[in-house]
Design a binder for this molecule. Sequence first.
Ligand code: SAM
Length: 238
Amino acid sequence: MSSVRRFFVEKIGRETALTGEEYSHAKNVLRLGVGDEVVLLDGSGKEYDAVVARAEKGALLCNVVGERPGDKECATPVRLLAGALKGDKTELVVQKATELGVSEIGIFLSRYSSAYMNENKLERLNKVAREAAKQCLRSRAPQISFYGDFKSALESCEGYENKLFACEFAKASDADLSSLAGACALVVGSEGGFSEEEFEQARSLGFAGVTLGKRILRAETAAIAFTSVVMFALGELR
Ligand code: SAM
């Protein structure tokens, strides 16, 4: 694994400032200082090699010395919609889906949801995504969005070629996961699962029902397993 530390920055310039939490981590935890090499990520998918040139109050100023395209992103966009989960299980789903390469994650509430979401939780999920992206050497972190109602979550997948709905009461799959090609949108329910009406609503919006087998998986297991199966089918796990 590359030992050069990676940091997300707002904007790249010939001299780029590391500020906020990224600065605190670099300075106070990693003890980085003048002369240390870093890799800067601005979310464009590019990676920038830089060297810490000077330290100011609350910022490390880095000189960019090179750039290259990141080579760890998925070739095919994959969007995961997952029901909000209790405890820190939503963080687990975000972390693992980020490592598996998803491009975007939407967290939703549905009829049988028993968890809740607020601004702090959403910001925490975006931080988990950034940390997971840095750890697995991605050059981008998936943006985590929240949908307070299920219909707007489903509608956010408009335009995806493969719209796949993991339904615990589906008797068979309406899509062949072994031959996927093109952008994929995946939907997985919360602990309480889905109602028949929600499944019908999804199908009316072009989602195909998918079974993940005869066992009922925990929501976090289903989200991670479903994402893994789709990534494998897309040729991303080789
Ligand atoms: N409350 C539901 C029940 O007791 O039947 C279980 C919901 S399960 C914990 C959470 C989500 O994981 C489901 O809504 C579905 O999206 C997914 N899931 C779990 N097992 C599945 C399976 N065998 N096939 C398809 N999806 C599954």
